[in-house]
Write a protein that binds this ligand. Structure first.
Ligand SMILES: Nc1nc2c(c(=O)[nH]1)N[C@H]1C(S)=C(S)[C@@H](COP(=O)(O)O)O[C@H]1N2
Ligand SMILES: [Mo]
Length: 320
């Protein structure tokens, strides 16, 4: 016979995860069951909850990496979950509701370019290939505001190792999805969609470069760039591309969306540097998002350990 035993919570979550087709058909199911209105409402609420169950929820909280902590407090979740920059869903900071239109399953990531063998991998498979960890990171937007987030994910260098780039690869190029029906901001002709960003191979190999899959001890919220985004805490926020669909190893320096749009204002390097003003404002200070306090900005956003990556470079070119 069978015995009843305790299941880990992820198995339960998986069992409840309703396939999209079934979910969409729920109205006809309810009709077929002949449920009254009240019963249908209860069942519907249950199905909606099941739909929210994330198949990777069991991976959080991820082990804390104490090498990456900060002095000062973490930005409260409700604050930075409602103050975002995600132009695919609108040009204001108030895009959290609209970003819920982002469909994150299924989610395939293509790895191509100068690699031993290009491949495509589903996010749910990738996220279980590399151990996750939690890191507290500071984030400095080029618009002179900052926050601190408990991200979870894995070092970008672990993904580079999986990709097996060839010696000729000099840069890593990242690309966000392109789907104007889903993300209405992509209907705007003012921006060269899809969002693209890039780093050098050496930058990608630095332990600080982090692929984010979670935040606040759960899968990362859609408005923060679910299911997979980059965070480069020593660079201005626009380098940290969200909702990545393609990672290419290339010989030519990639041109990011902002650099393509306005090269005199948004450079490739984009290293945080209080001494190099943006052409339209100073970068000397930053506004801490959750306190409103103005504090001095630090070179490399305080992450001095990246300095060797730029040894010999003229400091004024650190930004451009
Ligand atoms: N695909 C995509 N990635 C993006 C952006 C964007 O508009 N689209 N905005 C960038 C900018 S300017 C910042 S400051 C951060 C904001 O991240 P957050 O909303 O999670 O705080 O995401 C970056 N990554
Ligand atoms: Mo930003």
């Amino acid at each position: 016979m069978f015995s009843i035993h305790h299941r880990p919570s992820w198995q339960i979550a998986e069992r409840f995860a309703t396939p999209e087709k079934l979910y969409l058909d729920r109205r006809s199911v309810l009709k077929g069951l002949g449920l009254g209105l009240a019963g249908a409402a209860t069942l519907k609420a249950g199905l909606a909850r099941a739909q929210d169950a994330d198949p990777t929820a069991d991976l959080y909280p991820a082990r804390k990496n104490d090498a990456y902590t900060i002095d000062g407090d973490v930005t409260p979740e409700e604050i930075n979950a409602n103050y975002n920059n995600f132009y695919e869903f609108g040009t204001s900071k108030n895009i959290a509701a609209n970003a819920q239109n982002l469909v994150i399953r299924p989610w395939e990531i293509a790895i191509d370019g100068l690699v031993e063998k290009p491949f495509t991998i589903g996010f749910d498979e990738l996220v279980r290939k590399i151990p996750l960890e939690t890191r507290l990171y500071r984030h400095r937007c080029v618009e002179a505001w900052s926050m601190t987030i408990p991200w979870a994910g894995f070092p970008l260098k672990a993904l580079v190792a999986l990709a097996k780039p060839m010696g000729s690869a000099k840069y890593v190029r990242f690309e966000t999805f392109l789907d104007p029906d889903m993300a209405n901001g992509q209907n705007s002709f003012l921006y060269p969609w899809p969002y693209v960003e890039g780093v050098t191979i050496a930058e990608a190999g630095h332990d600080l470069a982090f692929m984010v899959t979670g935040a606040y001890d759960k899968p990362v919220a859609k408005q923060h760039g679910a299911p997979l985004r980059l965070h480069l805490p020593w660079k201005y926020g626009f380098k940290s591309i969200k909702s990545i669909r393609k990672i290419s190893f290339v010989e030519e320096r990639p041109v990011g969306l902002w650099e393509a749009l306005q090269p005199s204002e948004y450079g490739f390097w984009a290293n945080v540097n209080p001494d190099v003003p943006h052409p339209r404002w100073s970068q000397a200070m930053e506004r801490v998002l959750h306190t409103g306090e103005l504090v001095p900005t630090r070179l490399f956003n305080g992450y001095d350990e990246v300095a060797p990556l730029y040894a010999g470079m003229d400091p004024s070119t650190l930004y451009m």
